[in-house]
Design a protein around this ligand. Structure first.
Ligand code: AMP
Ligand code: FE
Ligand code: FE
Ligand code: ZN
Length: 289
């Protein structure tokens, strides 16, 4: 078996395992390759890559950038990004600052609503990486204001919820460009979260995004129904987009998902990585991915 997982979060964003722990788990599960795709940051990649060297797991440098998309949630994965040059880091710094400004405002809203949690508690839960809503949700849970993470989102933190504060997002073309500037491969994450009404609308959007430089579509994902998976696979083939997939592992912050264990795992095999590498070689004229 040459199983892989191309969508994984660590404490560098809102996962509960450190980058090294994620790679250890991947090794224990016998995965050949994973991509660390933290939200809006590549801060965990160097640690994961070093652990991957030591443990014999191929670590693909990655990122998952939240892009501006009214009415839904658009995430763009970047694979094989050059994380040494500083170029991508400089672009992502804008997003980090926006998050840092936003978190205390969410906490202040929660306090006004009677949920008395503090930024210190939230930062402790985050484990040192950037803070996001899942950490705030955990703080609400630990202090008895909600019964589970989902209730924290449903009652307070969901988009448009009473404690929600929006953060800066790059428009899709800029998110795609910054990944390409770093010689990465831009891939649209979990297309169902876009909230599009029809398969026709998704096809149109994918065509537009492809013109902007999108190279792939996340077809295999735990929350995709068999019908969605089949539709996304068909679209990827029709539009000549690379096919990717992963568990979106967040450790304890998304307990229903485990690393390398999703029902879609059987489709997540090494040839997907080989296709990514071949695309990158051709697109950027690189000798080795
Ligand atoms: P943030 O990046 O701080 O806006 O937090 C986004 C993360 O929160 C996502 O990656 C999910 O893990 C989680 N999340 C967002 N919306 C929901 C929701 N409605 N229910 C549960 N988790 C959510
Ligand atoms: Fe997340
Ligand atoms: Fe995502
Ligand atoms: Zn994700």
């Amino acid at each position: 078996m040459k199983l892989i997982d191309l969508h994984v979060h660590s404490t560098a964003s809102d996962g509960s395992y450190s980058p090294e722990e994620v790679v250890r788990l991947a090794a224990a599960r016998g995965l050949r390759a994973i991509s660390l795709t933290d939200h809006d940051t590549i801060d965990g990649v160097a640690e994961a890559a070093a652990a991957g060297e030591a443990l014999g797991v191929e670590v693909i440098p990655g990122v998952e950038i939240s892009a501006r998309f009214p009415g839904g949630s658009m995430h763009i994965l970047g694979y094989f990004v050059d994380y040494h040059s500083g170029l991508l880091d400089a672009r992502l710094a804008v997003l980090k600052k926006s998050r840092a400004d936003r978190n205390p405002r969410i906490v202040a809203k929660l306090n006004a609503l009677g949920a008395k949690i503090t930024m210190e508690q939230v930062e402790k839960i985050s484990g040192g990486g950037q803070v996001g809503r899942p950490h705030i949700a955990r703080a609400l849970l630990e202090h008895g204001y909600v019964r589970d993470i989902q209730e924290a989102f449903d009652r307070y933190l969901r988009n448009g919820g009473p404690a929600h504060v929006s953060k800066f997002r790059f428009p899709p073309d800029e998110a795609i460009n910054m990944i390409r500037e770093a010689q990465g491969i831009p891939v649209l994450s979990h297309p169902f979260t876009l909230g599009l009404g029809s398969a026709y609308a998704l096809k149109n959007l994918l065509q537009d995004l492809k013109k902007l430089g999108l190279a792939g579509l996340e077809v295999y994902y735990p929350e995709h129904t068999p019908e969605q998976e089949a539709r996304y696979l068909k679209l990827a083939r029709e539009l000549d987009l690379l096919i990717t997939g992963g568990s979106d592992f967040h450790g304890a912050n998304k307990p229903e998902v485990d690393l390398g264990q999703c029902p879609c795992q059987k489709n997540l095999t090494y040839p997907l990585v080989e296709a990514l590498k071949a695309w990158r070689r051709q697109e950027y004229g690189l000798d080795e991915a």
